[in-house]
Write a protein that binds this ligand. Structure first.
Ligand SMILES: C[S@@+](CC[C@H](N)C(=O)[O-])C[C@H]1O[C@@H](n2cnc3c(N)ncnc32)[C@H](O)[C@@H]1O
Length: 310
């Protein structure tokens, strides 16, 4: 589903109302991928953290994993309906904050998060630079960023290219859009982009070595996931998916110590259009700078379309 972009913003691959959970994950033969992603996240996560921003949280498939380390998790997605499902599963309360917003215009003050994750999401982004600039802005110095990206230089693409069954080269640095708003990235492209935005690469983990229907049908998901873990240690970045753990280099900004998870969540936000502060009037957030009003609907902070435009 595509949303018409604001004139100054890249297009969004909008999952509003989609059946992503039931048509992609549940009973769809992806138990192996799900297990591998959870396991690698657990390995990459710092032992302790304060507030994590999960960008492209979707229906909250992976959110529970972050609870082991982080005191508070902010689930952000452009799809209100995905967040509604997540909220119904995880519940309201101070541990979870739900935010419907565009990753290209995060509605947060600077340095609010000592952790950010972005799994299976950046492959929908035509403007990686803008997305990473936003991530860097909202992170504290030393904060940990866990990013998963689709890898264009994978075995399958390399084989198909060699056999001339694929026209695009898996070796060139630029992202390749194989379906509208679905991109694959060269591993070095992503490293360069992260470094440009002030991140230091700590670890890269190639995952999903066995993403083949034939194998998945005959070998149990748990066995494949265990074998996957072994191969991950090879460090060979030739799989369809790569996890990157990086940290925001100190730049004289606030550190994790500045984060107070007991504070009113309203203190996190700014108006995504003007960057100005917001005041709360019941279930509405008001920006004196832009004159825009944003709704809080059923426990979800809705920064998609201002009330002024609805
Ligand atoms: C493939 S799903 C992944 C969901 C979740 N991370 C997971 O792995 O189960 C991608 C998610 O990214 C969200 N998304 C895509 N572009 C976005 C943007 N510009 N801002 C916020 N969310 C976005 C979609 O709405 C969707 O829920």
């Amino acid at each position: 589903m595509m949303r018409e972009p604001r004139p100054d913003r890249p297009s969004i691959c909008d999952y509003e109302g989609s059946n992503y959970r039931t048509e992609f994950w549940e009973n769809q033969g992806r138990d192996y991928e799900d297990r591998v992603e959870r396991a690698v996240l657990r390995r990459l996560m710092p032992e302790r953290g304060r507030r994590l921003l999960e960008i492209g949280a979707g229906f909250g498939r992976l959110t529970a994993e972050y609870l082991k380390s982080y005191d508070q998790i902010v689930l952000l997605d452009y799809s209100f309906s995905q967040l509604e499902y997540a909220r119904d599963q995880l519940g309201a309360g101070s541990k979870f904050i739900y935010v419907a917003a565009d990753a290209y215009a995060l509605p947060f003050k600077p340095a609010q998060f000592d952790g950010v994750s972005m799994i299976r999401t950046i492959h929908h982004m035509a403007n990686v630079q803008l997305a990473l600039q936003q991530v860097a802005r909202v992170m504290t110095d030393g904060g940990v960023f866990m990013l998963e990206h689709a890898n264009k230089q994978n075995f399958k693409a390399m084989t198909r290219y060699a056999l001339k069954r694929q026209s695009w080269s898996p070796y060139t640095r630029e992202p390749y859009e194989f379906v509208e708003l679905n991109f694959v990235f060269h591993p070095q492209y992503m490293v360069d982009a992260l470094e440009q935005h002030g991140f230091a690469i700590e670890r890269r983990v190639p995952i999903s070595w066995f993403r083949l229907g034939a194998l998945k049908r005959v070998i149990p998901a748990g066995t494949l996931a265990a074998l996957d873990t072994v191969l991950q240690y090879s460090g060979l970045l030739l799989t369809p998916s790569i996890f990157v753990r990086s940290s925001k280099l100190p730049a004289g900004g606030p550190t994790a110590q500045s984060i107070d998870v007991s504070a009113d969540p309203i203190n996190l936000f700014v108006c995504p259009e003007s960057g100005g502060p917001l005041t709360r009037e019941g279930d509405v957030l008001y920006s004196p700078k832009s004159g825009l009003r944003w709704a809080i609907r059923d426990g979800i902070f809705d920064f998609k379309v201002p009330l002024n435009e609805t």
